[in-house]
Design a protein around this ligand. Structure first.
Ligand SMILES: *Cc1c(COP(=O)(O)O)cnc(C)c1O
Length: 396
């Protein structure tokens, strides 16, 4: 570019002031009171590098929430950037309805390889909420088709303070009043149970001498409602949006046993906990359990693009097989299901974990350090605490 052309291009770039004005004039931000937003100076993030965000004025900020739990290896990671560009030179998107594509196929194989044993099938979607919706719909249709003799199993057990996303089904199984109460008329009825909360135990007991008395009401709920329950949906190990409420060691294992005992599918919402966020690839691994359905999203593409998956077992998958005219098909899909760009990124993300960074092992000393620094050791479950995943150090 000539010097003059360069100056012209710079002049055409809207100023920070201009962008702020347009943001206030045209946008509506999520979970945001826009009247107050308009009175504040927004940060306009233009770039990222490693663990840092950089705004239009060139100011640098530590991305302390990993862009709300999605970013794993840092911004502008060379491996992820390259994977995206390589795929972009082939194709950005084609439909997954009646067609398939290489990154989506390879990613499914890789996800099944690393997922808790017993999960054998991958159904893609775009975000955590849709991954949860799909799990709920699969569970209900599974019971109808596989075990019609069981009668209608059309509802779900979930914990209070649960957060599973913002679409109507996900809100139905959630329980954060300020997000959800307004939409009550639209929600389907569910069965709720008290979550464990060792830090402020409502039973005034201490782990482990309590012998997890908090499981008793769960078993009671399962005992009285299992006939109508298609599944029990839970954020394994950590109720994240509730304010990071950890479950004591052994809790999830018992939940697995109870679900099996009462013929209720266990749905693990690993949207927040998946991909190293609790120190292992999936939170379920801490308890050596496999759910019947598992939703993943946030970290799946290393925080680059929207992509989600619902994993399930052969047993559930087989409940949907038949000829077209039996109408056992799972009638669900999205325009961008199996998006090749997202899938190529997710493959690169898993490659970084496994081959390039040894992410899981490198997390362990950081987890120990953070646990020592922040958490009162007497309430620590054996797996210690959740921690922001590894960060690639950029050249900044
Ligand atoms: C963020 C989150 C969701 C919703 O995911 P979106 O991509 O925001 O729709 C669902 N479940 C859990 C546990 C989450 O943390």
């Amino acid at each position: 570019m000539t010097h003059d052309a360069c100056l012209r291009a710079m002049a055409q770039r809207p100023s920070t002031r201009q962008l702020i004005n347009w943001d206030r004039r045209y946008l509506w931000h999520p979970f945001t009171q826009m009247q107050e937003w308009a009175q504040e100076e927004p940060l306009i993030i233009e770039r990222g590098k490693g663990s840092y965000l950089i705004d239009t004025e060139g100011r640098k900020y530590l991305d302390g929430t990993s862009s709300i739990w999605v970013n794993l290896h840092g911004h502008q990671h060379p491996v992820l950037n390259r994977a995206l560009k390589t795929q972009l030179d082939k194709i950005a998107h084609s439909t997954f309805l009646g067609l398939t594509n290489p990154p989506a196929i390879e990613l499914a194989r890789e996800l099944i390889r690393i997922a808790p044993k017993g999960l054998t099938r991958v159904f893609y979607s775009d975000n955590g909420s849709t991954a949860v919706e799909i799990a709920l719909k699969m569970a209900v249709q599974y019971w109808q088709q596989r075990h019609p003799e069981a009668g209608p199993k059309n509802t779900f057990l979930h914990l209070k303070l649960a957060y599973h996303g913002d679409t109507i089904g996900a809100v139905s199984v959630g329980n954060i009043a300020i997000f959800h109460s307004r939409f009550k008329p639209l929600l389907f009825p569910t069965v709720e149970a008290e979550p464990p909360h060792c830090y402020r135990c409502p039973l005034q007991l201490t782990y482990p001498s309590c012998r997890m008395a908090c499981l008793e009401p769960i078993e009671k709920a399962l005992k009285s409602h299992h006939r109508e329950l298609a599944g029990f949906i839970i954020e394994p190990l950590m109720q994240a949006a509730a304010g990071m409420i950890p479950q004591p060691a052994g809790y999830l294992k018992h939940i697995r046993e109870l679900c099996t005992k009462y013929d209720v599918l266990l749905i693990a919402d690993e949207v927040a906990t998946g991909f190293g966020r609790t120190g292992k690839m999936f939170a379920c691994e801490h308890e050596n359990i496999a759910p019947d359905l598992m939703a993943v999203s946030k970290g799946l593409t290393g925080g680059y693009m929207p992509l989600a998956a619902t994993l399930t077992t052969d047993e559930i998958y087989r409940g949907f097989l038949g000829t077209y005219d039996e109408f056992k098909t799972f009638f669900h899909g999205h325009s961008f299901t199996g998006n090749p760009l997202g899938c190529a990124l997710a493959l690169a993300n898993l490659d970084i974990f496994k081959n390039r960074n040894n992410t899981e092992a490198r997390l362990q000393p950081k987890i120990k350090l953070l646990a020592r620094s922040f958490v009162h050791s007497s309430i620590l479950p054996t797996w210690e605490t959740s921690v922001s995943a590894d960060s690639w150090q950029g050249s900044n």
